[in-house]
Design a binder for this molecule. Structure first.
Ligand code: CAA
Length: 378
């Protein structure tokens, strides 16, 4: 790590230990998103890490951002996913495809953490097959009128700005993945409504909602780039997003390992600390080794991204490997704790639940394997 990365890691760690860990269980129990924490993350610059300084961001590289993401997730994965979505998807899509006017207007408050961003691609009937979406935009004077229902939107209610993908083609001239546009939509727009809040297994404090658009007018200057390219922009965004989720997964796994190491040292059975037993040593060694491998793959992908190389394959590999590592490590952590691992009073039960969704959101493990296999033949 560079000196700057170490400083940012320390800052993120201090924040996670002081502001997140002490409250994470309560937020989990209440399924309550700590909006006030977002303001603090913004003050520290964690919501503008990848936004250039000219738009009030920190202009850092991907690797440094991922160092911070791992630490925040080590504190609480629900806060981390809100941070990941904001940093990797809407802001990066505006940065990559927005006009200068759009960047000035939207990125500054988002970089400062005054506006929290969301990303809306999925629909109730269009998950892995995202291009089969049905929500649509009808061209009208000076803008577009959006109608339809979207699903699984992180920050869709508590957030301020959503980048949403909807069809811009017409029913009699469907263009598949090339008939979708990306729109920048404030959540206060007339016709924007927040539906069901999901009652989730894990990452319960992050807000996941359905949203719907009813005759929602969006002016032309809130269309991002080319109205037929929104799906491509979203997939490019997900190349970034999946790196964030990979770092988040490593953070969950690292937390589970640390709790396990401490517990195996303190817990005595048969007259000895259980860490003295070979069965326990093998577990702890496997957990630590997989975490190091996941982190190494993640930083290999980050280096490729920062060097401007194509990153889809490595990003999917990092997300796949890190999320399955998080699930493996947290499952083993529950086993290390025995009965105490299965109850809410001890920390690994929550980490186990928090890990599961990393194999699902921003593309399931099966979709990551599909992307990797396709890229191998490209
Ligand atoms: N970057 C740029 N372009 C890309 C691309 C990428 N990473 N991947 C594909 N494309 C291009 C393709 O080249 C193609 O263009 P051409 O026809 O010109 O070659 C076009 O995009 C369409 O691609 P595909 O034909 O591959 O599209 P597809 O319909 O077969 O789908 C998929 C591909 C990989 C399955 C994709 O749909 C996918 O990733 N699905 C999973 C969706 C997902 O991750 N959803 C998560 C939503 S967000 C979330 O989880 C909630 C949250 O808030 C955390």
């Amino acid at each position: 790590m560079t000196e700057e990365q170490q400083q940012i890691r320390d800052l993120a760690r201090e924040f996670a230990e002081g502001e997140l860990r002490p409250h994470a269980d309560q937020w989990d129990r209440d399924a309550a998103f700590p909006r006030e924490v977002i303001g603090k993350l913004g003050e520290l610059g964690f919501l503008g890490m990848l936004i250039p300084e000219q738009y009030d961001g920190l202009g850092l590289d991907t690797a440094t951002y991922l160092v911070a993401m791992e630490e925040i997730a080590r504190g609480d994965a629900s806060v981390a996913v809100a941070m990941s979505v904001h940093n990797s998807l809407p802001t990066q899509m505006i940065l990559a495809h927005g006009t200068e006017e759009q960047k000035e207007r939207w990125l500054r408050p988002m970089a400062r953490g005054e506006w929290l961003g969301a990303f809306s691609l999925s629909e109730p009937d269009a998950g892995s097959d995202a291009a089969s979406m049905a929500a649509h935009a009808r061209k009208t004077d000076g803008g577009w009128v959006l109608n339809g229902a979207k699903a699984w939107v992180t920050n869709g209610g508590v957030g301020d700005v959503v980048v949403t993908m909807v069809r811009t083609d017409t029913p009699d001239a469907r263009r598949g993945a090339k008939g979708i546009g990306a729109f920048i939509v404030p959540t206060t727009t007339e016709g924007y409504s927040v539906g069901k809040k999901e009652d989730k297994m894990g990452q319960r404090a992050s807000e996941t909602v359905g949203i719907s658009f009813h005759e929602m007018f969006v002016p032309d200057d809130q269309l991002l780039g080319d109205p037929s390219q929104g799906f491509i922009y979203a997939l490019q965004g997900l190349d970034n997003g999946r790196l964030g989720i990979a770092a988040l997964s490593v953070g969950i796994a690292q937390a589970a390992l640390e709790h396990s190491l401490r517990y195996a040292d303190e817990r005595k059975q048969f007259g000895n600390a259980i860490r003295g037993f070979q069965g326990m040593q093998f577990k702890l060694a496997n957990m630590a080794t997989r975490i190091e491998a996941a982190r190494a793959l993640l930083f290999r992908a980050a280096a490729a991204k920062d060097a401007g190389e194509p990153v889809s394959r490595l990003s999917s590999m990092a997300k796949l490997f890190a999320s399955e590592t998080a699930m493996y490590v947290t499952t083993e952590a529950v086993q290390v704790f025995g009965g105490y691992g299965y109850v809410k009073e001890y920390p690994v039960e929550k980490l186990f639940r928090d890990a599961k969704v990393t194999e699902i959101y921003e593309g399931t493990s099966e979709i990551q394997r599909t992307v990797i296999a396709r890229e191998l033949y490209r």
